[in-house]
Structures are given as structure tokens and as C-alpha cells.
Ligand binder design. Structure first.
Ligand SMILES: Nc1ncnc2c1ncn2[C@@H]1O[C@H](COP(=O)(O)OP(=O)(O)O)[C@@H](O)[C@H]1O
Ligand SMILES: [Mg+2]
Length: 341
């Protein structure tokens, strides 16, 4: 049961005639931190809204902790929601913002104070209890929003791109903060992001969504190293992605034989730029572009296979634009894709 703590069964969600999510099946274990990862418009927010009870499904079922909550109203679900915009009450102090939901539930006195104080401490804002949101940084406001949700002791906490308004350094800090709060409290969390790095860094499991459906579910390692489809491969940084036809690499204008047999049943192969061997191999390409990336240097090659991206150690001698280079796409390094489309 507890590995199906939250379960979405064949969930279809729509806005009027526009179907945003189609037949989604997903089971989440108690205490898991799951990331929904996918491009803008793939249905991440819509899925979260339905779990929160803000959008009723066209069809399908949602169960939480053994209860069917499909038709249960949002305020009775015990599901917390933190948005990208913090939606704090501007006229209330940090303390009162965090206390707000508890007061609505009829909690007061010492009980209220204990919960609010613990919540504020857990996100390290004890010094700021009397400030108003406008007197806080974006990161601090986000932590108030997190504390406000956590004090309600939700069964599931939903976070919809909570870090995307923060600058790069704050994002890293908040990421660590989220992870810490989640591990300390054991709260089940679903975290929405369009940033693969964030998903890989934070999640126990990643759900890759595309076009209102699930493309792949896996651990960060599985998603990063074993993408099942061209879409996922592309999304997690395999920039050289090819269809396979009769054991050969097929591009829009050519079919190229490989140096050995392709893995059985693979419909495509993908290589990260750093998996491309530059300077030797059966293929030839012309350098069209080169860019220095600190530890490495990236090359864009024009080849019979189309454009190829290669990344090599920056300490190696640089090649100039227009140079012709041999290269290889080593079969042993390739990620086999079970779906090309
Ligand atoms: N209020 C709405 N009315 C109509 N269509 C919507 C509404 N909100 C979202 N959509 C559509 O539903 C699809 C999924 O949107 P959304 O869940 O917000 O995507 P994501 O959060 O992954 O970017 C998109 O095609 C979007 O245009
Ligand atoms: Mg969204």
C-alpha cells in the first residue's frame, strides 16, 4: 500500500475541449520526492492542480493514503501547494502568514504558537518572524511559503516550479533546503520543474512528461544514462540522437552504416557530446563552430550524418573552423533507445 500512497489512475484532464493530460497512470510511495520534468505546456501544472483538487478530472481516479479523493474538495484533501509566485499575504507578518491556515483549522493558543515557531525555525527564519513579505528576499519569501504549507502537515506537498523566480545561487540554496526539509519530515513531495539539472539533483524518482502523457519514469541515474526515447535523450543532454533503420543510422538525408551491430531491438541510438571520439574514427566532419566551455571545448561538425556535437578536453590542441576531422560514434558508449518517436 505505502508504495502506492498517492495513486493516479488513467487520469484525463481538460480545460473545456482542450485535453491537457491523457490517461495518466502514476503511483508514488510515502516519503518519496518525485519530480515532474518536462517542457512548458506538457501538463505538469494541470496534473498538480488535479492532485490539489483545484481541477476535477474528465475521467480517472486519484487515491491518497487509501482514500479515493477524486471528488473530495481541495480544502479537505490535506494536500499542500507551493507555487512559483509565493502568494503570501502582504499585510501579514511572517508569523501570521505561517499561522494563517492553522487558525482557519481552529488551532490557537500554545498549540498554534508551538507549530508556527517550529515551522519558522525549520526554514531558518526565526530572526524574521515580525517582518512583512516585502521586507524579505525572494528566497526568504519562498521559505515562508514552504513553512506555511509544512505546518499544515500535508499528506503530500506539491511544489510547482518553486525555484524558478530565484537567481542561480539562491536556487542552489533552496534546493538543498527543500531536500533537507523533506528528509527531516519525511513528507511526500511532488516537485515540478522544466530544469533537468534540478530534477536530477533533487528527486528520488523523475517522471518525464511530454504532450500530456508520461514518457519515462525512473531514478535520476536511469533518466540520465538510459533514456528510453529520442525525446528524453534530447531533453537530458544527448545532443546526437539518431533513428536506427535495419541496423544503420538514419538521418533525414542519408543512411550510414555503423562500425558494428547495433543493440538488438533498439529503435535509435544517442550519444552525449563528450561520448564522441574526435581525431580518429571512420567518419569525417568539418568544423563549423567551436566554443570554449572552461574544462572542455565544444565542436559543431558538419558531417554526412548531419550536425554532430562533440566535447573534448580543453587542454587538447584546438581545431579551427573549416578543419576536416575524423570522428567516431563509439557503439559501446551509445544509449540504445527503445522508441525513436
Ligand atoms: N486555464 C487554461 N485554459 C485552457 N488551457 C489551459 C489552461 N491552463 C493550461 N492550459 C493548457 O493545458 C496544457 C498544459 O498546461 P500546463 O499544465 O500549464 O503545462 P506545464 O505546467 O507543463 O507548462 C497546455 O497546452 C496549456 O496551454
Ligand atoms: Mg506549469
Amino acid at each position: 500500500m505505502s508504495d502506492r500512497y498517492l495513486q493516479l489512475d488513467k487520469l484525463t484532464l481538460a480545460y473545456g475541449d482542450t485535453v491537457a493530460v491523457k490517461g495518466l497512470d502514476l503511483a508514488i510511495a510515502k516519503g518519496e520526492l518525485v519530480a515532474l520534468l518536462g517542457p512548458s505546456g506538457c501538463g505538469k501544472t494541470t496534473t498538480m492542480r488535479s492532485i490539489a483538487g483545484l481541477l476535477g478530472p474528465v475521467s480517472g481516479r486519484i487515491t491518497l493514503d487509501g482514500d479515493d479523493i477524486t471528488r473530495v474538495s481541495a480544502n479537505k484533501r490535506n494536500v499542500g501547494l507551493v507555487f512559483q509566485s509565493y502568494a503570501l499575504f502582504p499585510h501579514l507578518t511572517v508569523y501570521e502568514n505561517v499561522a494563517f491556515g492553522l487558525r482557519l483549522k481552529g488551532i490557537g493558543g500554545k498549540d498554534l504558537d508551538a507549530k508556527v515557531s517550529a515551522g519558522i525555525r525549520s526554514v531558518d527564519l526565526a530572526k524574521f518572524v515580525d517582518r512583512k513579505p516585502a521586507e524579505l528576499s525572494g528566497g526568504q519569501q519562498q521559505r515562508v511559503a514552504l513553512a506555511r504549507s509544512m505546518v499544515m502537515e500535508p499528506k503530500v506537498l506539491l511544489l510547482d516550479e518553486p525555484l524558478s523566480n530565484l537567481d542561480a545561487r539562491l536556487r542552489l540554496e533552496m534546493r538543498a533546503e527543500l531536500q533537507r526539509v523533506q528528509k527531516e519530515t519525511g513528507v511526500t513531495m511532488i516537485f515540478v520543474t522544466h530544469d533537468q539539472i534540478e530534477a536530477l539533483a533533487l528527486a528520488d524518482r523523475i517522471v518525464v512528461m511530454v504532450n500530456g502523457g508520461i514518457e519515462q519514469i525512473g531514478t535520476p541515474e536511469e533518466i540520465y544514462n538510459k533514456p528510453v526515447s529520442a525525446f528524453v535523450a534530447d531533453f537530458v543532454g544527448f545532443e546526437n540522437v539518431f533513428a536506427l533503420e535495419n541496423g544503420k543510422l538514419a538521418t533525414s538525408n542519408s543512411v550510414v552504416a555503423l562500425s558494428g551491430p547495433a543493440p538488438q531491438a533498439a529503435k535509435g541510438l544517442a550519444w552525449r557530446p563528450r561520448m564522441v571520439t574526435l581525431g580518429s574514427g571512420p567518419f569525417q566532419g568539418t568544423v563549423r563552430g567551436t566554443s570554449f566551455a572552461g574544462d572542455t571545448r565544444e565542436y559543431l561538425l558538419d558531417t554526412p550524418l548531419g550536425a554532430i556535437k562533440a566535447e573534448v578536453d580543453a587542454e587538447l590542441p584546438a581545431h579551427t573552423i573549416g578543419a576536416t576531422l575524423a570522428f567516431d560514434l563509439p557503439l559501446a558508449a551509445a544509449a540504445p533507445l527503445s522508441r525513436y518517436r
